[in-house]
Ligand binder design. Structure first.
Ligand SMILES: C[S@@+](CC[C@H](N)C(=O)[O-])C[C@H]1O[C@@H](n2cnc3c(N)ncnc32)[C@H](O)[C@@H]1O
Length: 248
């Protein structure tokens, strides 16, 4: 943890946009923003965990008014210093409970960030909070990986995914609580430095129940932003729940 900024403090914020991940590829970002702009349909959008504006900025460039919530002042500061960043209001706080004025036609939580809430209770609270911001007919969109439990042999609680003389990386699982963590050991000058980030993995069907608890119903579920079918082999999903017209 990095003080009040959670796991996205100054050192992470400084390099976040240089992350070598497909998620930063221009076509991925553009497709994501296009999907969300269509759902916004001229209304306002709220991003939970807005970060440095990877999606919020291109969405705003499409003419959508975007607001965001984030715990990390360091991430929000990076967003603010980018062109167009000053037009996006960011409220600092926990997106499971923090309220923003007004209502929105779309609220969204992308890049596995629902997993940053490490208990079922917090994830349910997040759905309730998102729903409370939506106008009737509005949508909540979540992009998250499908839990990778098939990589975990019975009796084992660890999945290593990188081992070299200077860097070890592995995920730990507790299948009873769905608690998981990503763990990294870097060896510099013969000394190891350990970093761990906790998550809670969550199933699509469990998210549907959380949505129902929040008064939302499933409208669409895809493997990705280009609306590929979601199947038992899909590594992740983009799910859209709707607040029924006539809801309070
Ligand atoms: C993986 S980054 C994603 C940022 C951005 N949405 C994107 O797609 O690039 C996760 C972001 O969520 C924020 N975050 C994590 N847990 C949070 C919480 N409980 N409340 C508010 N923000 C949170 C982090 O500070 C970070 O900026």
């Amino acid at each position: 943890m990095d003080g009040d900024d959670g796991y996205f403090g100054e050192s992470v914020a400084a390099t976040y946009d240089r992350t070598e991940s497909d998620m930063f590829a221009p076509d991925v970002v553009d497709t994501t923003a296009g999907f969300l702009a269509d759902l916004a349909g001229g209304g306002r959008a709220l991003e939970l965990g807005i970060g440095t504006g990877r999606i919020a900025l291109p969405l705003a460039r499409r003419g959508v008014e975007v607001q965001g919530i984030d715990l990390s002042r360091a991430m929000a500061a990076r967003l603010r210093e980018k062109p167009g960043g000053d037009a996006i209001g960011v409220t600092i706080g926990d997106f499971a409970r923090t309220r923003v004025d007004g209502t929105f036609s779309v609220a969204y939580l992308v890049f596995n960030t629902i997993m940053n809430l490490t208990t079922q209770e917090e994830q349910v609270a997040c759905f309730r909070n998102a729903a409370a911001h939506l106008e009737p007919g509005g949508c909540f969109v979540v992009e998250v990986m499908t839990p990778e439990l098939r990589r975990l042999p019975p009796g084992q609680n660890v999945v290593p995914y990188h081992v070299s003389p200077t860097r070890w990386a592995f995920d730990l699982y507790d299948v009873a609580t769905q608690a998981t963590s990503s763990n990294y050991i870097e060896v510099v000058d013969g000394r190891g430095e350990y970093r761990t980030i906790p998550f809670r993995y969550v199933w699509p069907s469990e998210l549907d129940l959380m949505a129902r608890l929040a008064g939302l119903r499933l409208r669409e579920r895809w493997e990705g932003w280009t609306r590929e079918p979601f199947t038992s082999e899909s590594p992740r999903h983009v799910s859209v729940w709707e607040k029924p017209a006539g809801s309070p």
